[in-house]
Ligand binder design. Structure first.
Ligand code: NDP
Ligand code: 8X3
Length: 266
């Protein structure tokens, strides 16, 4: 039987890239019975995605789009309390929302870029986790209490030039994920860390403040992962037997061996 059946799945950063693909992948993997809570700042994109998911898989999947800026602690506090009753029992939290602004080297990093990066990737992820954990802990009764999936990056394992704030933020995600798994060891909550290498999404467009040409140059001569590739791994991890924790995953496209070792076709 389908282990995803009946689950309520909350995804941050679901308006684009990996988060969006993860929403579709969950829906396709359990079209008969699933609830998706899709969050991001761009509510119109979320509404469109909700419509498209139901168009594709039918209305066995229920989708709730909610505007939520994870960098705003106040919004997170209100969000969980205001979930409609039928969506309150969150089983799976996918902490995916994340970004970086700029590729400046110290000492030229804009304070604003640093602040938004940490407020989203680190503080936002921790606040979301703290907001949702009580729901999972309350349900914790010996089986399947819940899953927390944190999206890190190869950048969290290895620094690269022009990546210091992003790398530091993702190293923080990795450290938080590791400590959290230990803190929750007496529960049945699974803490799952996934660190992708290059994935072609809006990530680089956002990093370069909307400069599409500069973003495209990042992927010139290489074949990056698709957001679907990462979504498949997320859904696979959640779909394992309850006693199986896919704790720590590093995934690359074939041309990549580290944050800095990439083979580019001339
Ligand atoms: P995208 O830019 O395509 O998607 C990022 C998502 O995060 C968007 O849905 C965006 O929605 C959301 N987001 C950004 N800021 C906030 C915020 N303050 N509150 C809520 N949502 C927010 O990039 P990716 O899909 O690539 O990124 C997803 C995750 O994957 C990130 O954590 C990223 O660091 C990580 N990652 C990406 C890699 C890559 O090469 N692309 C590699 C490894 C990890 P909105 O703007 O509507 O709020
Ligand atoms: C994004 C991957 O290497 O471009 O997480 O920083 S990288």
């Amino acid at each position: 039987s389908n282990r995803l059946r009946g689950k309520t799945i909350l995804i941050t950063g679901a308006s684009s890239g990996i988060g969006r693909s993860t929403a579709f992948e969950f829906a396709r993997s359990c079209p008969e019975d699933l609830k998706l809570i899709l969050t991001a700042r761009r509510i119109n994109s979320l509404k469109q995605i909700a419509t498209d998911i139901i168009k594709e898989v039918g209305n066995g999947v229920k989708v709730l789009p909610v505007q939520l800026d994870v960098s705003d602690a106040e919004q997170i506090r209100g969000f969980v309390g205001n979930l409609p009753t039928e969506y309150k029992e969150v089983d799976v939290l996918v902490n995916n929302a994340g970004l970086v602004k700029g590729m400046a080297k110290a000492p030229d990093i804009a304070e604003e870029d640093m602040n938004i990066t940490f407020a989203t990737n680190v503080t936002g992820l921790i606040n979301m986790t703290q907001a949702v954990l009580p729901i999972m802990l309350k349900r914790n009764k010996g089986n399947g209490a819940g899953d927390i999936i944190n999206i890190g990056s190869i950048a969290g394992r290895e620094g690269y030039v022009g990546g210091s704030i992003y790398c530091a933020s993702k190293a923080a995600v990795r450290a938080f994920t590791d400590a959290l798994r230990k803190e929750l060891i007496s529960t049945r909550i699974r803490v799952i860390g996934i660190d992708p290498g290059q994935v072609e999404t809006e990530f680089s467009v956002v990093r370069f403040y909307g400069d599409k040409a500069r973003a495209d140059a990042v992927y010139a001569g290489v074949e990056p992962l698709t957001p679907e590739d990462v979504a498949e791994v997320i859904v696979f991890a959640v779909g394992r037997r309850e006693n199986v924790v896919i704790a720590d995953t590093l995934m690359f496209p074939n041309h990549q061996a580290s944050a800095t070792v990439l083979h580019r076709k001339p």
